[in-house]
Design a protein around this ligand. Structure first.
Ligand SMILES: *Cc1c(COP(=O)(O)O)cnc(C)c1O
Length: 412
């Protein structure tokens, strides 16, 4: 069974695994920093970073050392008992993000579910919404995870179809449209407990809203006593050039949802942060998770965030993001294949000059793969570029050269 080729390993997944993903045909077995290697030993730049979970770089030595150290000591006790890591982690997280309390979970979808439950309970017990009538407002083209409730308010047919009946109590509003939000709040604000938003819509194709949009949303929420819930699972932890994407507008969420890079890709760790007047509506027995807040997760997440701070990854993302977009602008002038680039920090997307139904973006990703760079299309003709934030200037220049070379060779 040793030394199987990529072809053989792909065949295994095809045969024995559910077909719920459509991966690029590359089989990885090793990662270090911005690089990954396939089973044949070919090296690639990773421009996906596991959907921004690996901001600190693959197998970040500090995070892995902490993981091993804690794994040798204690991994899981459940919350039936206190553990020696949880309190320290909670103090660290609440200080870092400026909230009274944190509720630890594991995956992103679980943290979003937690935020939704928190908002509803707060709506009934604090805002005084009549029981059964709470509404949570979401944005069109959102992506918040894969649970039955979360896909209930998605408008992606693949994510939704035949998973019904859906959870009620959600209303979708156009993204980046403060007038629509204002009108909805004016009409139904009394029964609305929360507004759930991605500061940049990642899965929808790196949709960056207009400057001031999030500030206006937050103000409308405050005016109508509605919780502003920021899903920073993909945009947070330095990805967009600040610790949080909402930091670009200097606003604070009422409920903050984190995941992905919270552990630097070493372990599933997610979290919901809020102040006491909100978090106190959840009492013992009302919400939880066996693994949530486990010792291993707490130790890993604290180290993963300390790496982000010590290595100034937000500043690096901000600086390299500017270089990346300006270099891509030059390639857009040169190659009609490329339409435009958008993004913030190192969360960027290149739009390909073809229809969303075309295979062009996929084929371009295959061609980049052959030249040593891994990225994936999202929504047809959009390619997301999100490398680990530990990238250097020289490495980025090398990557731009690969994109340019691929474009020069490419025949669609
Ligand atoms: C990835 C993601 C989620 C879901 O996280 P999982 O860990 O895959 O459950 C939720 N919201 C956003 C914005 C995401 O990018």
């Amino acid at each position: 069974m040793t030394n199987q080729t990529s072809q053989q390993l792909i065949a295994l997944e095809e045969k024995y695994g559910a077909h719920n993903y459509h991966p690029l045909p590359v089989v990885l077995e090793k990662g270090e920093g911005v690089y990954v290697w396939d089973v044949e030993g070919k090296r690639y730049y990773d421009f996906l970073s596991a959907y921004s979970a690996v901001n600190q770089g693959h197998s970040n030595p500090r995070i892995i050392a902490k993981l091993k150290e804690q794994a040798d000591k204690l991994t899981l006790t459940s919350r039936a008992f206190y553990n020696a890591e949880l309190g320290k982690y909670e103090e660290f997280m609440t200080n870092l993000f400026g909230f009274d309390k944190i509720l630890p979970m594991n995956t992103g979808a679980e943290a979003v579910e937690t935020a939704l439950k928190l908002a509803r309970k707060w709506g009934y017990e604090k805002k005084g919404i009549p029981v059964g009538e709470a509404i949570i407002v979401v944005c069109k083209d959102n992506f918040h995870g894969r649970t039955t409730t979360i896909i209930s308010f998605s408008n992606d047919e693949d994510a939704r179809r035949h998973f019904d009946p859906y959870t009620a109590g959600f209303t979708a509003v156009e993204y980046n449209d403060t007038e629509a939000l204002k009108a909805l709040f004016q009409e139904k604000g009394k029964n609305i407990c929360g507004f759930l938003v991605e500061p940049i819509q990642g899965e929808a194709g790196v949709n960056v809203p207009s400057e001031g949009y999030l500030t206006a949303c937050k103000a409308l929420c405050t005016e109508h006593n509605i919780l502003f819930i920021a899903d920073e699972i993909q945009t947070g932890i330095a990805r967009t050039g600040k610790m949080l994407a909402i930091d670009h507008e200097g606003i604070q969420a009422d409920v903050l949802v984190l995941g992905k890079a919270l552990s630097g890709g070493a372990y599933p760790v997610s979290a919901v942060l809020a102040n006491d007047d909100i978090m106190e509506v959840i009492q013992p027995g009302q919400h939880g998770s066996t693994y949530g807040g486990n010792s291993l997760a707490c130790a890993v997440a604290r180290e993963a965030l300390q790496v982000v701070l010590d290595d100034k990854l937000a500043d690096n993302a901000e600086r390299l993001g500017k270089v990346f977009r300006s270099e891509l602008e030059k390639l857009i002038e040169q190659f009609p294949l490329f339409k435009s680039v958008r993004g913030k920090g190192l969360l960027n997307a290149l739009l390909i000059n073809d229809t969303p139904e075309s295979e062009t973006a996929w084929n371009f990703c295959l061609a980049m793969k052959d030249n040593g760079l891994l990225a994936k299309p999202t929504h047809g003709n959009i390619i997301r570029f999100a490398p680990p934030l530990v990238m250097t200037d020289d490495q980025l220049a090398d990557c731009i050269a690969i994109i340019q070379k691929t474009a020069a060779e490419f025949k669609s």
